[in-house]
Ligand binder design. Structure first.
Ligand code: PAF
Length: 285
């Protein structure tokens, strides 16, 4: 596996990979890789001739009181994991390479970015949309792979790519890959490592209680009281607060008060021991 730290090297290496018409799949990450990321790499390998993974802890998507400094960084460990999965090229720019002096452009996707995490993390999705747009232009992939765990992020990226005509000729497919979970159901996340043992055990209440709430809503119970009871269960299990627990339309991410016959999603962000966990699951209409 080659590693590129500068855009010039990345472009040269990507051009080599594309020789003979070979296709390239991009897996954008912020490092601290886990099985969820490696699943994205495997999907990319199945679909494309070569995989380029990026590791960049993007400062512009962190709020002033968020965990930018504490975010785990382990480039060598991550590089070894990517190499073992058959990744061809690692793109690991530093902040000055990504945001040179005078950088002044910001991409805002309205609508899907506004509620849910957008409400509790102002500016977060501008940071994501801007850096992902840059990553697409830098690596010129045929396909890009993102986890469905960040369901709203995926919707924002799809909207950005559609609106800015990034889907052709370069990133003609943005592929959402189902969430990978620990044995007890907790969605894999680089932030799970912040949890104490007690909080880690309690955190498994989140996916379990989500499944139970979904079963009740699918059985015809009213969503609003079901979600109130769901929130009480999380608080009772040791969660400190719930940012949101919403039943939303899967495409628009607009809250819905009842199942409408189109695809719906239960989407949650909750805090435990100072760590913010997010999760989402499909709800059958
Ligand atoms: O999901 C992530 O790890 C990040 O938000 C992404 C897509 C790599 C952009 O920095």
């Amino acid at each position: 596996m080659q590693t590129a730290h500068t855009l010039d090297v990345l472009r040269t290496q990507v051009a080599k990979l594309r020789e003979g018409g070979d296709t390239v799949g991009l897996v954008p990450t912020m490092g601290a890789l886990h099985e969820g990321h490696l699943t994205l790499v495997r999907r990319a390998r199945e679909a494309c001739d070569h995989v380029v993974a990026s590791i960049f802890v993007n400062p512009t998507q962190f709020g002033p009181n968020e965990d930018l400094d504490a975010y785990p960084r382990q480039l060598e460990v991550d590089a070894a994991m990517l190499e073992a999965e058959g990744c061809a090229l690692l793109w690991a720019p530093n902040a000055a390479e990504m945001y040179p002096d005078g950088f002044a452009t910001n991409i805002t996707v309205t609508g899907v970015s506004e509620g849910l995490c957008g409400a509790s993390r102002p500016g977060h999705f501008d940071g994501v949309a801007t850096v992902v747009c840059k990553l697409f232009h830098q690596a010129l992939p045929d396909m890009a792979f993102f986890g469905e765990k960040d369901f709203q992020q995926l919707a924002v990226i799809r909207a950005m790519a559609r609106d800015l005509d990034l889907t052709r000729p370069h990133v003609h497919s943005i592929i959402g890959v189902p969430t990978v979970r620990e044995a007890d159901g907790l969605a894999m996340s680089s932030r799970n490592r912040y949890l104490s043992d007690t909080d880690r055990t309690a955190a498994a209440t989140l996916p379990r209680a989500m499944k139970e709430a979904i079963a009740r809503i699918e059985d015809g119970q009213e969503p609003a009281p079901t979600l109130n009871a769901f929130e009480d269960e999380l608080l009772g299990a040791g969660f400190d607060s719930i940012d949101y627990a919403s039943l939303v339309d899967s495409s628009s991410l607009a809250p819905i008060s009842a199942l409408t016959g189109s695809a719906a999603r239960l989407i949650v962000a909750a805090r435990i021991g100072g760590t913010r966990l997010i999760d989402n699951m499909a709800v059958s209409a």
